[in-house]
Design a protein around this ligand. Structure first.
Ligand code: FAD
Length: 395
């Protein structure tokens, strides 16, 4: 009989898995369940906010995966029964599997940050899932008068895309510099250090002067309460900041179906075996991408893509009774600070037992004080990365 593989989520991890399963073994029966007809990427959504990218260029359909033979179902998985190896969709359909791959991304921990619930997100968007939230934030920026203040709340702890908030600050600064040069940007951060910090701060200063102000944890940057109606936030020390546009990036957890399937632990994320991304908690289930605890790998689209390829190789070997291949993972996160000004961080990882470790001396960040030609090249590499990974995943 043909092996039946169910993939939940058509984003970076899930769509990669579906494609590589069928590419490597066309005899498989692969079903991909994803509610959206077209997936909008978070990568490059900051460039959309900066006015450097149009919306349609971020959307990717599933026709190419269908042409390859993937059965794509546009619905939501409501329940997973790991013992029966069965999933229930919103429309009541049940799907049985021999292997299950979950790549549901993140969900917001509503209400963990006081005052920030689903209704608040309609007034002060998070825009941390690309879609209507991103477009709402863009409209608010477009409607803001020159001289206004854009405030961003940045979480501590594990969240999707560590450099994402700081790239967003740069892209909003680019938009302001072009259209509303008297405006200000205030970043209120729940931590004292962030990804590519020196590079971001150097780039912000070079391109936008004093427009971006970053306040870390020890400088009273931790926000403890949001008033979405008043567009005000209160810090741990009681300081109140008023915004004209308020972007709250709230605490996060694995996409809710992961908890329903029993693959998450008390942290809200899914522990996995480092050599395969098999769930450490539930037999026969793999979990990929942002939903997992994969540290030191970041929660990035690139990481999800390489994790999917490893998981597929392991699943195929297991089904064939062949030796399990050795895992190797890679990641590069490009960030654009302004047109023709890019920076990056890269890493290579492998499994050590059930843990994941960074291969010594394998990666690193772009150099500080690099010449303009270097930044310009990295901006181009970033564009090339986006084009090629999207082609690799959605075709
Ligand atoms: P996702 O891509 O979010 O896919 C999850 C999918 O699962 C979704 O389509 C969702 O609809 C679906 N789903 C969820 N629940 C269900 C269910 N119950 N049933 C069916 N389907 C379900 N990464 C990079 O590598 N480079 C970047 O430059 C970069 N920039 C970023 C910028 C921003 C502003 C943000 C927010 C993120 C950025 N990222 C970047 C991170 C990247 O978006 C994520 O790491 C990546 O999307 C993770 O892939 P995933 O498969 O885990 O989840």
């Amino acid at each position: 009989a043909r092996h039946r593989i169910l993939v939940v989520g058509g984003g970076f991890g899930g769509a990669t898995a579906a494609r590589y399963l069928l590419k490597r073994d066309p005899s498989l029966e692969v079903t991909l369940v994803e509610p959206s007809q077209s997936y909008v990427t978070c990568p490059f959504s900051n460039l959309y906010l900066g006015g450097l990218r149009d919306w349609d260029s971020l959307a990717h359909g599933f026709d190419d995966l269908r042409a390859l033979g993937v059965r794509v179902v546009h619905d939501r998985v409501e329940a997973i029964d790991a013992e029966k190896r069965q999933a229930a969709l919103s429309d009541g359909t049940r799907i049985n599997w021999d292997r299950l791959i979950l790549s549901p991304g993140i969900d917001i921990r509503w209400g963990t940050l006081e005052g920030y619930d689903e209704a608040a997100a309609e007034l002060t968007p998070h825009a941390w899932k690309a879609g209507p939230q991103t477009q709402l934030l863009q409209r608010q920026l477009a409607e803001m008068p020159d001289g206004g203040t854009f405030v961003m709340v940045i979480p501590e702890g594990a969240y999707r895309c560590p450099p994402g908030p700081y790239e967003r600050a740069a892209m909003v600064a680019h938009y302001f510099k072009t259209h509303k040069p008297a405006s200000k940007i205030l970043l209120l951060d729940g931590k004292d250090q962030f990804s590519k910090q020196g590079l971001f701060q150097q780039g912000w200063k070079a391109l936008y002067g004093e427009m971006i102000e970053w306040v870390g944890l020890s400088g009273d940057g931790q926000v403890v309460r949001v008033d979405a109606r008043a567009k005000e936030v209160e810090t741990a020390f009681g300081t109140v900041h008023r915004a004209d546009v308020l972007n709250v990036i709230p605490p996060q957890q694995a996409g809710l179906i992961a908890a329903q399937a029993g693959v998450t632990d008390a942290s809200g994320w899914a522990p996995v075996k480092g050599g395969s991304f098999a769930s450490a908690l539930v037999e026969g289930v793999h979990v990929l991408g942002d939903a997992t605890i994969a540290s030191p790998m970041p929660k990035s689209g690139f990481a999800a893509n390489t994790q999917a390829k490893v998981a597929v190789a392991v699943i195929l070997a297991e089904l064939a009774g062949a030796p399990i291949p050795e895992a190797s993972y890679a990641n590069t996160c490009y960030s654009l600070i302004g047109p023709g000004y890019g920076i990056s961080v890269a890493g290579v990882y492998r499994a050590e037992g059930d843990a994941i470790v960074e291969v010594p001396d394998s990666g690193g960040v772009s150099p500080l004080d690099a010449p303009a030609s270097f930044r310009e090249a990295e901006a181009r590499y970033g564009e090339g990365w986006y084009a090629s990974i999207c082609r690799d995943i959605w075709g």
